[in-house]
Design a protein around this ligand. Structure first.
Ligand code: AMP
Ligand code: MG
Length: 503
């Protein structure tokens, strides 16, 4: 594909300009310029109205518009103004240094301005990235492709997490193709178009630090701070101030994951976003029956990235970031202190989320003890995480909602323990905090069996179930009869999530 000259073609897709490529501006060490490979017979299968609105894109209602989206978001057409590139990063995977990695199957098309940043969390610009549009210089042994199964999971999860209120990259659309892709079996290829203010990971900093490219590391740091943390420029040590911020927001992110029952599955440092957003949906899952050791990732036999070990995993990743920033920060103790702030930051964020979920107002030893006992009871009863919190709210008037009782009747003694716990809860919780419970305890999440049903249909060409699921997860805190089926736990005969990193 010939390289386009941005100055001669300032207008791109739907007349939108592609003004900047921030990493490109840092220098050639940061990326490889290359056109995506595209897909044969691409079809636009799903799109997110909410994400399109974020960019001010007209929805692809007419067949010609759908065809346009399919061409652009499969990588078949490169628009004027776009200068696609893949970026280089590195990372620690499962605790081991993996060396140089990079966007092995992601092409950054450029950055689009959000027409109404104020409405969209203040993010003025969004990077647009294709995932699965072919090989790059960083593909190693991979084929640069993504299969429909994993692309659909990423599309649904990104949008579902956003609507749950969890910071996350977004998904604009999913395009698929009959192109066969070999994984454990032959599967269909797909491309998901992702959006984020930045896809920069801890691994980007690690790459320039560990390879001794400290001038480039400094440029990356300065550009990051100028763009995303301008306040840090005024700090005595801007790099240290940045580290402190990443520690704080990562702590808040993990607390949020735990609260909604999310398990990322692969918290390697190349998957940890510098923005503190959820990034790279692979073998992720949501809790059904509560088990703190749960991970859907069957490659993670030691449970390193299980639900309850996510705080430790992210803390570990922040040490890796601190080590990467070390050449730019004076004073080893200050770095150590910055990362050591994580456990307390996480603990405060998690306890606050638990109190909100339980309708407990102010912090107190009694509230903490009650929350601890609730978690122990959920675990003992193997109660459904989402349903237990959601239906607790209805037990305030002294009754026992059947949907709540049902979570505790399988294990001996749990019904009695619930009864005793509820008495303490009714005495301690406050009406005001209880009133807010439905706003923090979702009615439905992207359970594995729901995603799998949507995948099974999509693999047979029927995207209706995926669309219905996407729609149902747009307002996850609002209970509606139409969406009742999406709130149910998996049927007893549903196979457990068995996901590997293959995607
Ligand atoms: P992940 O486990 O998906 O976070 O990927 C780890 C690294 O492998 C990243 O640098 C990916 O870009 C790369 N990668 C994963 N799958 C593929 C693939 N099918 N083709 C090329 N690179 C890949
Ligand atoms: Mg990754």
């Amino acid at each position: 594909m010939p390289r386009m000259d941005m100055r001669r073609h300032p207008q791109g897709f739907a007349g939108l300009p592609w003004p900047r490529q921030p990493l490109r501006e840092l220098g050639p060490e940061f990326y490889s310029e290359l056109a995506p490979q595209g897909l044969p017979q691409p079809e636009l299968r799903l799109y997110s109205e909410d994400a399109a609105r974020l960019l001010g894109l007209a929805l692809p209602a007419a067949p010609q518009q759908r065809a346009d989206w399919a061409e652009l978001f499969s990588g078949n057409r490169v628009d004027p103004g776009q200068l696609p590139l893949a970026t280089v990063y590195a990372g620690h995977q499962f605790g081991n240094w993996a060396g140089q990695l990079g966007d092995g199957r992601a092409h950054l098309l450029g950055e689009l301005a959000a027409p109404d940043a104020a409405q969209n969390g203040g993010h003025a610009c969004w990077e647009v990235q294709l995932k699965g549009a072919g090989r790059t210089p960083y593909s190693r042994f991979g084929d640069g492709r993504a299969v429909l199964r994993s692309s659909l999971r990423e599309f649904l999860a990104s949008e579902a997490m956003w609507h749950l209120g969890v910071p996350t990259t977004r998904a604009l659309c999913l395009v698929d193709s009959p192109l066969p892709v070999r994984r454990e079996r032959l599967e269909r290829a797909a491309v998901v178009t992702r959006l984020a203010p930045s896809f920069v990971r801890i691994g980007h900093f690690e790459h320039f630090s560990h390879s001794g490219q400290h001038a480039a590391l400094r440029r990356l740091l300065d550009a990051w701070i100028a763009r995303f943390e301008p306040d840090c420029t005024h700090a005595a040590d801007p790099a240290l101030a940045l580290l402190q911020r990443v520690v704080q927001r990562s702590a808040e992110l993990v607390a949020h994951w735990l609260a909604v029952g999310f398990v990322h599955g692969v918290l390697n440092t190349d998957n940890l976003s510098m923005l503190g957003w959820t990034l790279d949906y692979g073998p992720f899952g949501f809790l059904d029956a509560f088990d703190p050791d749960y991970t859907p990732n069957t490659s993670d036999t030691a449970g390193r990235y299980s639900w309850g070990r996510q705080p430790a995993a992210v803390h570990w990743g922040l040490y890796a970031l601190a080590a990467a920033l070390k050449p730019l920060i004076d004073g080893t103790q200050a770095i150590e202190d910055a990362v050591q702030a994580f456990p307390a930051a996480f603990d405060a964020a998690w306890r606050a989320r638990l109190r909100a979920k339980l309708g407990l107002g102010a912090q107190s030893a009694a509230a903490d003890a009650l929350a601890r006992d609730w978690l122990a009871l959920l675990q003992r009863a193997r109660a459904d995480w989402t349903l237990s919190f959601r239906h607790l709210h209805d037990a305030a008037d002294g009754t026992l909602p059947p949907q709540l009782a049902a979570q505790f009747d399988a294990e001996a003694g749990c019904a009695e323990a619930l009864h005793a716990w509820l008495q303490r809860w009714r005495a301690l919780s406050s009406a005001a905090a209880r009133a807010a419970m439905p706003t923090v305890n979702p009615h439905r999440v992207l359970r594995h069996h729901l995603a799998q049903q949507a995948i099974d249909a999509a693999e047979h060409g029927d995207f209706g179930p995926a669309q219905a699921l996407h729609e149902a997860l747009r307002e996850p805190y609002r209970e509606s009869a139409a969406h009742a089926a999406f709130a149910l736990p998996p049927p007893p005969d549903a196979p457990p999530a068995c996901l590997s990193c293959s995607s």
